[in-house]
Design a binder for this molecule. Structure first.
Ligand code: GDP
Length: 442
């Protein structure tokens, strides 16, 4: 997701960084390239035009921070504007003052609605809620069964009345939630291959009958601008409270995610990042902008770590990342833990500066073997070397390479990437500390 865009922006900024002072023409040139990059990422044309105009106005105008170089200022403005484009601040689910909160999931077939219902139930139950899943997709063969299987896996109850009228199902489910102490009702409604009157009519009826607190549209990021059109239509016909964009883990260029808020006025509330049931993330515009710009997403990483590691370990990682006090021993320990967090590529993408490494790994078709090589290299180091990677000299490198069955250049590459990551962490932690210290060298 966003890979191509991230790489393009990185290139553009690199050429800006090479210049000491920026002229208006430099900014214009860079913005022309940013415009192309966004269009190639399939961002809506009008959105791109406005975005570029906004960045230009701010870059040429008065938005100047004394502590940043001109190139850094442009990058900061682009980051701010990307964040704005993605919705500004995080949009959360409106929880009802008096439970149960009724959430209606709508969307076209194949968007990932049923899977998302399960993921959302899991996420909410982890937050201490007691969800009830409702099988109201009576048309797609196997949708009911699919939800029941998910419910069993998650140990979350699923309400079903078979092929009964969906309005009745929804109403009966809400009644049952009330009488059994469930505080969130998640209704998996029927989809269609395309939007049609029948579908909209049925959804409108359910809406009138149960008065949901949230109508969330599930759309597939891989469908690009079509996802934006779908969102626009659903919003006009039904009124949406939020969007869940699925399959952002795939090769989607990101255009849908970057356009949908601006075009429909409806915020993205969650992002689907994989097929597994824990692959649903609350959508944070600022963190997503960071990921696009290769600045990582340390906060999400920490949250994932907190959900998966024991508390002590998570606190340790948190502190180390914040203090940029991270050596190869921690790296090795984390590598073992990281395997639990999700696909390696996704996790690495959340670590500042790791975007490039991720690309290299992908180019080399990283698999378990490559990871084993990294581990072998670190295992071949002495504890002192792991704690002081910068002091590993030529003869040590030779010994490490021999010990791990790798080449000196493999050892070099690992050390170089590790050093870059550490530097990036230091810059970020300085930046978040703010104030005069925020002098970053890019
Ligand atoms: P529905 O017809 O909208 O209910 O769609 P399903 O829930 O059956 O999902 C359709 C397919 O998309 C399934 O194979 C899901 O595993 C897959 N899917 C759903 N969400 C995601 C996601 O975030 N990432 C990926 N890679 N696949 C997803």
């Amino acid at each position: 997701m966003f890979k191509g865009l991230g790489e393009r922006l990185d290139e553009i900024f690199k050429s800006l960084k090479g210049k000491g002072r920026l002229t208006e023409e430099d900014v214009n040139q860079a913005m022309r390239e940013v415009k192309m990059a966004l269009l190639e990422a399939d961002v809506n044309f009008k959105v791109v035009k406005e975005f570029v105009a906004q960045v230009k106005e701010r870059a040429v105008g008065q938005d100047v921070l004394a502590s940043l170089s001109p190139a850094q200022q442009v990058i900061k403005i682009v980051k701010d504007e990307l964040t704005e484009l993605l919705g500004g601040t995080q949009a959360k689910i409106n929880m009802a003052a008096k439970p149960p909160t009724i959430i209606m999931l709508v969307g076209l077939q194949g968007a990932g609605k049923t899977t998302t219902a399960g993921k959302l139930a899991k996420l909410l139950s982890k937050q201490g809620r007691r969800p009830l899943l409702v099988a109201a997709d009576i048309y797609r063969p196997a949708a009911i069964k699919q939800l029941q299987v998910l419910g069993e896996q998650l140990q979350i109850p699923v309400f079903s009345l078979g092929q009964e009228n969906p309005v009745k199902i929804a109403q009966a489910a809400v009644d049952q939630a009330g009488s059994t102490g469930k505080d969130v009702v998640i209704i998996d409604t029927a989809g269609r291959l395309h939007i049609n009157e029948e579908l909209m009519g049925e959804l409108a009826e359910i809406k009138t009958a149960v008065k949901p607190h949230e109508i969330l549209l599930v759309v597939d990021a891989m469908t690009g601008q079509e996802a934006v059109n779908v969102a626009d239509t659903f919003n006009r016909k039904l009124g949406l409270d939020g969007i869940i964009m699925t399959k952002l883990d795939g090769d989607a260029r990101g255009g849908a995610a970057l356009s949908v808020r601006k075009v429909t006025g409806t915020p993205i509330k969650f992002a689907g990042m994989g097929e597994k049931l824990d692959a649903l993330e609350p959508f944070h515009p600022d963190r997503m902008a960071d990921r696009i710009l290769g600045m990582g997403d340390v906060l999400t990483l920490i949250e994932k770590a907190q959900a998966n590691f024991d508390a002590e370990q998570a606190a340790k990682l948190n502190k180390k990342i914040r203090q940029a006090d991270f050596n190869l021993e921690d790296f090795l320990e984390q590598l073992q833990q990281v395997k639990k967090l999700g696909p390696l590529e996704q996790i690495l993408g959340m670590i500042p500066g790791m975007n490039k490494l991720t690309k290299q790994l992908k180019d080399q078709q990283l698999d378990g073997k490559e990871l084993a090589q990294v581990e072998a290299i670190i295992y071949s180091m002495t504890p002192w070397e792991r704690q002081h990677p910068e002091k590993i000299d030529g003869s040590r490198k030779k010994r490490i390479a021999r010990g791990s069955g790798t080449r000196v250049q493999d050892v070099n590459q690992l050390l170089k990437q590790f050093e870059q990551t550490r530097k990036m962490m230091k810059q970020l932690s300085n930046m978040t500390k703010g104030g005069k210290k925020s002098k970053i060298k890019l």
